[in-house]
Unconditional design. Structure first.
Length: 94
């Protein structure tokens, strides 16, 4: 797999791109859009292969009970009928 990094690591605008021969991995880039140190990170994911698409990802950090609670999320469009089907799925089991 080919990988490329541009920008200053951990700062807004830095980007990591990949290109794999495997269609399970595909090709694309992830770019940092927002950084709130020790609190929040927001990125945009652009997939170019095997299926072009775009979405966002977030990581939120909260100090809790002597540790850190991490909440990870993804955003992006989900067309019908998958938007209905996923309401009946348990994402924790996936």
């Amino acid at each position: 797999m080919k990988q490329d990094w541009t920008g200053t690591s951990g700062e807004v605008g830095s980007k990591q791109c990949w290109d794999s021969e495997s269609d399970e991995v595909g090709a694309g880039c992830q770019e940092i859009k927002t950084v709130e140190e020790n609190k929040h990170l927001e990125t945009i994911l652009t997939f170019t292969r095997p299926q072009p698409s775009e979405g966002g990802a977030t990581v939120d950090l909260v100090a809790k009970d002597g540790g850190t609670e991490v909440t990870w999320g993804m955003t992006g469009p989900m067309p019908y009928p998958m938007n209905i089907i996923t309401l009946m799925m348990n994402m924790e089991e996936m």
